[in-house]
Design a protein around this ligand. Structure first.
Ligand code: MRU
Length: 343
């Protein structure tokens, strides 16, 4: 079995290669994707997931569409559209598909060049967020050499090619020798925290504990974490943030406990065309994921369920948004419009 090294998805030999996130932590398996239908399926069933990662995968999806149908044909446009719409909440997917597809008239080499540029930019962005985020935590947390950080879902290399967003910051703090503990919420229904974040923390040799989702607010209220670090699927122009379901309750609890709540996301997740969180399409993933845990039913047969995959945390509950090129201190009345990205 081949390994992608530090990366969790990549392009080689005309194929997209991804670590199958549905199989972790039990099995590390690389999926080789050479057609659009398989990519759409992989995105929908979360074999590849996390906002930056699906943006990068979507960019390569345009290359696959051109390989299958030739850039510019009607079927090409339909294939591109199917990738673009595979999941609705993270802005990265539609944005990166549009960015790569915009070069279709220049031919297939240009498409690949653009998709590779998207990949490389996300890798660079993760490194920059790690540095900026760790510096901000040092400023916000009084015992900065002994940080306990609580996080939700998976925002590591799996979600962003390498290193990641919020988990990338935790990794940087760990590399600086300042991480006392990472606390990962299990993140029902699909357990991205318990399966994926724990897997990444284990691989990086960081101290960590997994908690059930309902324990997050309680631990925060008892002062058992110094900071909450989360990713984002879309940051609206007013600073509202859509992220994994459960993020909002952590933000409420962090405010109650007077603990900083920091969102870490690349500029590719900031969507100035979406005015506020109300306008963000929240994906509903249907009952199956709620009434089953890893294939085992947990409710009486026929039980219905609600399954919003994301929630919106209002800007007023967020201490700061850290991107690859700026830190916006919402707690100091800064906004995404008042603080420009550094070049
Ligand atoms: O449904 P998922 O697992 O794709 O949800 C992912 C998240 O909510 C992440 O926090 C977000 O995409 C940021 S990933 C760096």
């Amino acid at each position: 079995m081949t390994d992608l090294g530090e990366r969790t998805l990549d392009w080689a030999g005309g194929r997209l290669r991804i670590v199958d996130q549905t199989r972790l932590p039990d099995t590390y398996e690389i999926l080789e994707i050479d057609n659009v239908a398989d990519l759409v399926d992989a995105i929908r069933r979360l074999a590849v997931r996390g906002a930056p990662a699906i943006g990068v995968a979507g960019g390569f999806g345009v290359v696959l569409a051109a390989q299958e149908h030739g850039a510019g044909a009607e079927q090409f446009a339909a294939a591109v559209e199917s990738v673009r719409g595979a999941r609705p909440t993270a802005v990265n997917l539609a944005r990166m598909v549009d960015r790569v597809a915009a070069r279709a008239t220049e031919g297939p080499d240009a498409l690949l060049e653009e998709a590779l540029a998207v990949r490389d930019e996300e890798i660079a962005a993760s490194r920059a967020m790690g540095r900026r985020g760790a510096a901000l935590v040092e400023e916000l947390v009084s015992e900065a050499d002994s940080v306990t950080a609580l996080t939700i879902c998976n925002t590591g290399g799996l979600a962003a090619v390498e290193r990641g967003t919020a988990l990338g910051v935790i990794r940087t703090i760990h590399e600086q020798g300042r991480l006392a503990l990472a606390i990962a919420t299990e993140t029902r229904p699909l357990l991205q925290g318990a399966r994926l974040t724990a897997w990444e923390l284990e691989r990086m040799g960081a101290p960590y504990r997994v908690i059930v989702d309902a324990a997050g607010p309680a631990l925060l209220s008892r002062g058992m974490a110094d900071v909450v670090l989360t990713g984002a699927d879309r940051v609206a122009a007013n600073g509202d943030v859509a992220n994994k379901i459960g993020t909002f309750s952590l933000a409420l609890a962090a405010r109650y406990a007077a603990i900083p709540f920091v969102v870490v996301a690349p500029e590719s997740t900031v969507d100035m065309e979406t005015p506020s969180g109300d306008a963000i399409h929240i994906e509903d993933r249907g009952a199956d994921e709620v009434v089953n845990v890893r294939g085992t039913p947990i409710t009486p047969e026929g039980t219905g369920a609600l399954n919003p995959a994301f929630d919106v945390t209002p800007a007023e509950l967020i201490t700061a948004i850290v991107t690859d090129s700026r830190v916006v201190r919402l707690d100091r009345d800064e906004t995404l419009r008042s603080v420009s990205p550094e070049p």
